[in-house]
Ligand binder design. Structure first.
Ligand code: PMP
Length: 423
């Protein structure tokens, strides 16, 4: 097995990698869907329930104080991880999806009017499309699509053309259309495209348009700095950054917090409850009704500390090396159609492809027989798949424990697909 110094160091931290699938070592290449968990994250969950379990903020006894500290320390650790310590607040949610729905319900919906527009890109995950559709439908607003590039060599296939975005904003100004938000992913969960978020935010802000960044894929793959990006909102999920399921992060810039209505009502988010009306706690508690996911925050904190100890730059470099290897190997075959940028500088380690004349589900099933886990389908991006002129694709996506041997294994198993389904 060809392990880089990073994989050699980290593979032993992930108990699931000892598993065999159909008599073969597990080659887990579905990290865009969810990541495996290091022992420290699993231990944190057990440790919480064995030693600290209690509800937060509702008791003055030792366990309740410990749980509260765990929860609030987690908030601080996450804020540091994404460079948010001074510029805004971290709100905990159940995942990227809930974080985006929170902004749709608590921030944009109350202010949307008929004729308003929300700009989204054609590469968005359904989580960053459907909440805006729902918000728009109640007010007569509409979604405008920033198209992906399918031709230009300069920008690369599957990238976003910044000039096109400027044009959309200028056109909107000419006809006095209110653009209320740009919702854009930092990394595409299909094309692997890495979008230039700082540049995009600068253009959007110069036209007075706030920006929400979907960082579900980016958070595990590159350093994130919300203060430098200057985005208004940013969302990601714990389970995609080696943490537990059921925990998500929403970053909101300080100046936007004042504009937000409560999301859900209940305990913990109030200051005073009267018979007919109530007043609200300060942010972030105002947006965290009910008993929060304390154990999950503890697990997420362990994941963030684990990643920070390794270093996000090193993780990004490792992914670049794997992606380079995969791009070279893919280029050997002319019956393999890869979607997304070919240029390593504008893509990450999420690679979707089709093998000519073989259904993606068949490919995924054959690969599973050799212990390889990849995803087949539309990956919650039906708008994108329609734009690409396909209904489904196979997706291989890297994590920090993957190595080049696993990519080579996948490539050689594609030969078996050819033999089974074509020849
Ligand atoms: N956005 C992107 C880019 C994603 O890849 C995903 C998960 N596939 C989501 C949003 C939704 O994340 P979750 O299901 O964890 O809420």
């Amino acid at each position: 097995m060809q392990n880089s110094p990073l994989t050699a160091k980290v593979r032993k931290d992930f108990p699931i990698l000892k598993r065999e699938i159909h008599g073969h070592p597990l080659a887990y290449l579905d990290n865009a869907a969810t990541t495996q968990k290091p022992k420290c994250v699993i231990d944190a969950l057990v440790n919480f329930y064995e030693k600290h379990n209690s509800n937060i903020s509702r008791g003055v006894y030792t366990l309740a104080e410990e749980a509260t500290e765990i929860y609030e320390d987690g908030r601080e650790t996450v804020a540091k991880f994404i460079g948010a310590a001074d510029s805004g607040k971290i709100i905990f949610s159940r995942g990227t999806t809930e974080s985006i729905n929170l902004i749709a319900a608590a921030w944009i919906q109350p202010k949307l009017k008929a004729g308003d527009r929300i700009i989204v890109t054609e590469m968005e995950h359904h989580s960053n499309l459907v909440p805006w559709q729902l918000a728009a439908q109640t007010s007569g607003a509409e979604l405008l699509y920033w198209p992906i590039n399918l031709e230009s060599e300069k920008s690369g296939i599957g990238s976003l053309d910044l000039q096109k975005f400027e044009e959309m904003l200028k056109d909107a100004t000419k006809i006095k259309q209110g653009i209320r938000l740009l919702a854009v992913t930092a990394v595409s969960n299909v094309l692997g495209t890495v979008n230039p978020i700082a540049e995009i935010v600068k253009i959007a802000h110069s036209h007075g348009v706030p920006v929400l960044v979907d960082a579900a894929q980016a958070a595990a793959r590159m350093p994130i700095d919300v203060a430098r990006w200057d985005c208004d909102f940013l969302a990601f999920s714990g389970h995609k950054i080696y943490g537990p399921t059921g925990i998500g992060v929403l970053y909101v810039k300080n100046e936007r917090l004042e504009e937000m209505q409560p999301f859900q009502g209940g305990g913990g988010m109030i200051r005073q409850v009267n018979r007919q009306t109530s007043t609200w706690a300060d942010a972030p508690q105002k947006f965290e009704a009910g008993t929060p996911p304390v154990a999950e925050v503890y697990g997420l904190t362990a994941a963030v500390e684990y990643l920070s100890d390794i270093g996000m730059q090193e993780i990004q470099q490792h992914e670049i090396e794997l992606t380079n290897h995969a791009l070279k190997r893919f280029a050997e075959f002319n019956d393999l159609e890869l979607y997304g940028p070919q240029d390593i500088n504008s893509r990450s380690g999420v690679l979707s492809f089709n093998l000519r004349n073989v259904h993606p589900h068949d490919v995924a099933q054959v690969l599973d027989e050799s212990g390889i886990g990849v995803r087949a389908g539309h990956h919650c991006t039906q708008v994108l798949h329609k734009r690409l002129g396909i209904v489904a694709s196979v997706r291989m996506s890297f994590g920090l424990y993957n190595n080049t041997s696993e990519i080579d294994l996948l490539i050689s198993e594609l030969d078996r697909c050819r033999q089974l389904f074509i020849e």
